[in-house]
Design a protein around this ligand. Structure first.
Ligand code: SAM
Length: 330
């Protein structure tokens, strides 16, 4: 593993990169996208070779953890080729966030291609509510996908649930029982004001992590886990289960002081913070002439100076960031 060369002005070391491999998705989750989305034209999207070059440069600079995300990573053609390539970089942690719709057939190939871990998004166990939230998704496909991931031998499978009042907050306990039964972890996420949505008022729908914890505590004691997750989630254990319950609380618990992450959008924009627009154009460097990896690495190192100290999301749901999560790379 290379020595880490990515430190920002606030002394934080960046060792975790989330790479968005597409802005496209087969779902249209109400909190993530507008119903009628315009996606990027092909020439504005990094090729798989370019994404691999970016990944390689980050690894050369000391990155130990890469997550592929999107959009839905599995809708990118030849995604397995990219997974195979990055799988050879010797990462400590190589993960993907997926909506699970294609895992029934893709879980095993992904595992064989070198993927270590999967985060699977699941906001409801009720087929109709699931359809309402995802607009196009079919619950049974995702449930089959979760089973396929377990059968493929993935360890460290994690369910991601965005909790929204009036949509799925009454399912919190059921989702915890599901995670326990499937022997997977589950993380509850506070909805973030990324992109303008019309389906609900984010301010009114916000269900804080504290509220979710209170619901779970009616059934289970939550014991704070001591190990560092290396991500934004804070984890708890239960006495009678291996399942961990995590909380990502961008509103109620600011996690910026320990932020170790940056993101690269599929347009090659290196985003230094989820909740700010500070970014550097890597596509320009990748497609510049002459193209050198030195230049790419230098650009990434210099970009660290732009990483802001923290994000400022307001809890009333006002949009401060215009880009949707599918563009950001969740
Ligand atoms: N398509 C994949 C999936 O569904 O997991 C990966 C991309 S998705 C943008 C990644 C994660 O971001 C999902 O768990 C999703 O629930 C979450 N997400 C999207 N928009 C969000 C928002 N506005 N606030 C909080 N989480 C959000």
């Amino acid at each position: 593993m290379s020595q880490n060369k990515l430190t920002d002005r606030f002394g934080r070391t960046v060792n975790y990169v989330r790479l968005s491999v597409t802005d496209r998705c087969d779902f249209r989750c109400v909190y993530c996208m507008a119903e009628d989305m315009t996606f990027l034209p092909r020439q504005q999207v990094l090729t798989l070779e370019e994404i691999a070059r970016v990944a390689r440069s980050f690894v050369d600079l000391g990155t130990e953890k890469i997550r592929l995300t999107g959009g839905e990573p599995m809708v990118r053609k030849d995604i397995l080729e990219l997974v195979k390539e990055i799988g050879t970089y010797g990462l400590r942690d190589f993960a993907m966030t997926t909506n699970g719709s294609q895992l029934a057939t893709m879980a095993e190939p992904l595992r064989k291609a070198g993927m270590h871990r999967l985060n699977i998004s699941l906001d409801s166990l009720d087929p109709e509510k699931f359809r309402n939230i995802t607009r196009t998704g079919k619950l049974s496909q995702v449930l089959d996908g979760i089973d396929a991931a377990r059968e493929a031998g993935f360890r460290g499978i994690k369910i991601n649930t965005v909790v929204m009042k009036g949509r799925n907050d009454e399912e919190v306990s059921e989702l915890v029982e599901f995670a326990r039964q499937k022997q997977v972890d589950i993380t509850f996420i506070e909805e973030m004001p990324l992109g303008e949505i019309s389906e609900h008022d984010r301010g009114l729908a916000l269900c804080t992590s504290e509220e979710v914890r209170d619901i779970i505590r009616k059934h289970h004691e939550l014991i704070p886990a001591t190990e560092d997750s290396g991500g934004p989630a804070r984890y708890y254990r239960m006495e009678d289960s291996e399942t961990r319950v995590g909380f990502i609380s961008p509103h109620s618990h600011n996690f910026c002081s320990t932020c170790n992450r940056v993101r690269v959008t599929v347009e090659g924009r290196l985003l230094l913070c989820l909740g700010n627009e500070h970014s550097v154009d890597l596509m320009r460097v990748l497609r510049g002439n002459p193209v050198t990896d030195d230049k790419l690495r230098e650009t990434i190192i210099n970009a660290m100076d732009l990483k802001p100290e923290r994000h400022h999301f307001s809890a009333n749901g006002d949009v401060q960031i215009l880009r949707f999560m599918n563009m950001t790379g969740g």
